[in-house]
Design a protein around this ligand. Structure first.
Ligand SMILES: Nc1nc2c(ncn2[C@@H]2O[C@H](COP(=O)(O)OP(=O)(O)OP(=O)(O)O)[C@@H](O)[C@H]2O)c(=O)[nH]1
Length: 294
């Protein structure tokens, strides 16, 4: 919570200074609108929050800007609440989790953190290095695997769908709890690479008819509105089940979660708040709103 609070300070300060005045007037709402837009909350979510806030202020008969800030925290919590959902492991063995994202979003780091989180909860993990293009990516995942004492299935220059198939088959045979499939970073505009992702998904289903059980997109919270565009594109191509939002430490664009909640509410399973293994937190709407608004 402290790390999240510190991380969201840049986003939060712009919004909270709006409430330092003494009067609740149109200027306050206008400044708040600007601050929310600056924080990448997006036009729709900003409008929704302002309308909701005006209603709450009227109902509560609030007279102090400080009270309005508390009401905004409530409005934001309600908006973000649909994004709150725990990642459930154990309904299938293994639970197959496919992870996608654009280059540099923090996919491999998040997989390392997630592996550690799962291992801490007593789950055995098998990693599939389906990023067969970049030797460095395989090596990086290998480092995480060693650090987490988990197994890894990788294949130099192989077909990513084939590696995924092998990993799911091995996970089944070895009775692992979770198979995590890391895919190469790609842009939604690279159509052939998006098709390749769909192929990986299909081939995973061939190895296990019920899989993948989770299809996660890792997005960089620092990219603001662009992250929302990524959610839309990857969701259209892959039917996402969840998100991991990274780099929420030190961002000025934390409002993007509100935009996602408003426009494409894919659950946020985890948030990344640093580069270390332990810097992964489950997403909680109230905590996030409070961390943001101080
Ligand atoms: N501050 C901070 N940095 C992060 C976080 N998550 C990842 N990073 C950093 O972001 C950079 C990119 O992370 P990677 O995990 O390599 O990204 P990737 O999506 O796997 O990249 P590709 O393999 O190119 O697709 C690294 O320097 C990470 O340390 C986070 O939550 N906070």
């Amino acid at each position: 919570m402290q790390r999240l609070k510190a991380g969201l300070r840049k986003t939060g300060t712009g919004i909270t200074t709006v409430f330092t005045g003494t009067r609740i007037d149109e200027t306050l709402y206008e400044e708040l609108e600007d601050a929310l837009l600056m924080a990448d909350t997006g036009v729709k979510a900003t409008q929704h929050l302002l309308d909701d806030l005006r209603r709450r202020v009227k109902e509560a008969k609030a007279t102090e800007p400080a009270a309005v800030k508390a009401l905004l925290a409530d409005a934001l919590t309600d908006l973000l609440a649909p994004l709150e959902k725990p990642l459930v492991i154990g309904e299938h063995q293994p639970t197959v989790i496919m992870v996608a994202g654009v280059n540099g979003a923090g996919k491999t780091t998040s997989i390392g953190k997630l592996t550690r989180h799962l291992a801490d909860h007593g789950q055995s993990v098998l990693l599939a290095a389906a990023d067969t293009f970049r030797a460095a990516a395989r090596e990086q995942l290998g480092v995480w695997a060693t650090r987490n004492t988990v197994e890894i299935v990788s294949q130099e220059g192989g077909d990513p769908a084939a590696v995924s198939f092998d990993a799911v088959t091995a996970g089944k045979a070895r009775g692992r709890d979770v198979v995590l499939v890391d895919t190469a970073g790609r842009l939604p505009t690279q159509l052939h690479l998006m098709q390749e992702l769909s192929k990986i998904r299909r081939v995973i289903t061939k190895a296990d008819a019920t899989a993948p059980h989770e299809v996660l997109l890792v997005i960089d919270g620092n990219t603001g509105q662009n992250a929302l565009a990524q959610v839309r594109a990857f969701d259209d191509a892959l039917s996402l089940t969840g998100l991991i939002v990274t780099k929420l430490d030190g961002t000025a664009k934390g409002g993007v979660l509100a935009a996602i909640a408003q426009e494409r509410p894919v659950p946020v399973y985890f948030i990344g708040v640093g580069e270390q293994l332990q810097d992964l937190e489950t997403f909680n709407a109230r905590e996030f709103a409070q961390a943001l608004l101080g």
